[in-house]
Design a protein around this ligand. Structure first.
Ligand code: TRP
Length: 329
């Protein structure tokens, strides 16, 4: 529908997605399909900004991730699903934006310094890493997107994108680029099995595609209230990761039952987890079933990506015509 506003977002190809990704981003992407014209892509070039020395299986990870997207409800009829590195125009726009982006904007980007410190076993003193947000800006504005659904950590990048879009329009007296809004995804941070943020690098994830058996085993060893040592000690549900999951997966009466039971030592952790296991399994079942069908249809997945790439390429090529004309190149 032509009158719909356009949103665009991307994920780096990390492979199979976990429940943090599902509730933190993907469910929101699925919902946005009702309201917006949606572009969703695999940011495989971005994966190289930090992992250039050992890229790993980017193609395999891309495939796994797109399968998860489709299983969770991204609909290729309504969303343009594509791969960044297949649309070479992103690289051309990235180069041109590099000409107009002041170094100071990049150097003061908070995630630049933070990540360099956090990922200190990798050498991130590279041109590509500093330019990460310029590539991200190109990804966004080449589709003339109006909104960018992201988590809080990505807002500085959207802010930079806005500045870069404005600067381009100003310098070349053009109105090619809308200034996009960050659409902050309000999602509770889902704890991992050990109570820290769920993250592949911590090895504390439940994956969307985990089997019933794996889900059962993982939740069985999930951390609970550490103060509640014995069965008849009362506990505090609010400090237990298990309860954070109940809030997301269980019915209001079950939530009430386990919260009260925990506080009064009326229910044991094993029993409380049993309820959760049942609910997580039944909620993920339709996603897993869809995934099994999609996995066996190799041609089908290829066709989805080819079709998305073709649509994205048309849009990107049209924007680049305008960009070259505005610059006079
Ligand atoms: N930087 C984003 C992340 O790590 C991925 C990304 C790349 C992106 N280009 C984008 C997100 C454009 C939104 C729009 O999650």
């Amino acid at each position: 529908m032509a009158d719909r506003k356009r949103v665009l977002s991307g994920m780096r190809p990390t492979g199979r997605l976990h429940l943090g990704n599902l509730h933190g981003a993907l469910e929101n992407w699925v919902k946005l399909q009702d309201q917006y014209e949606c572009f969703y892509f695999v940011a495989d070039w971005h994966a190289l900004t930090t992992d250039y020395a050992s890229p790993g299986d980017i193609r395999g990870n891309t495939r796994e991730m797109v399968l998860d997207w489709l299983s969770a409800g991204l609909d290729p009829q309504r969303s343009t699903i594509f791969i960044q590195s297949d649309i070479k125009e992103h690289a051309e726009l990235y180069l041109l934006l590099g000409m107009i982006t002041p170094l100071a904007w990049l150097e003061r980007n908070p995630t630049y310094k933070e990540q360099q410190q956090q990922l200190d076993q990798k050498d991130l003193g590279t041109y590509g890493f500093l330019g990460y947000p310029v590539l991200q800006a190109a990804d966004i504005i080449i589709y003339r997107a109006n909104g960018v659904p992201v988590g809080k950590d990505q807002l500085p990048h959207v802010e930079l994108t806005r500045e870069i879009a404005r600067r381009f329009n100003y310098l070349y007296k053009s109105e090619i680029f809308p200034v996009p809004d960050g659409l902050l995804t309000e999602a509770p941070v889902l704890p991992g099995l050990d109570g820290r943020k769920m993250s592949k690098s911590y090895g504390n994830c439940i994956f969307i595609t985990d089997s019933e058996k794996e889900i059962g085993e993982k939740i069985s060893r999930m951390m609970t209230d550490p103060q509640r040592v014995r069965r008849n000690d009362p506990g505090d549900p609010e400090v237990s990761p298990v309860f954070a999951y109940h809030k997301l997966y269980s019915s209001p009466s079950e939530i009430e039952e386990v919260a009260h039971g925990c506080r009064t030592a009326g229910i044991g952790c094993v029993e409380c987890k049993k309820i959760l296991i049942r609910n997580v399994i039944s909620r993920l079942a339709p996603i897993r079933e869809k995934r099994l069908k999609l996995e066996s249809d190799v041609q089908g997945l290829r066709a989805v990506i080819a079709e998305g790439n073709a649509r994205a390429a048309r849009e990107a090529a049209a924007t680049m015509e305008l960009v070259r004309r505005a610059i006079g190149i």
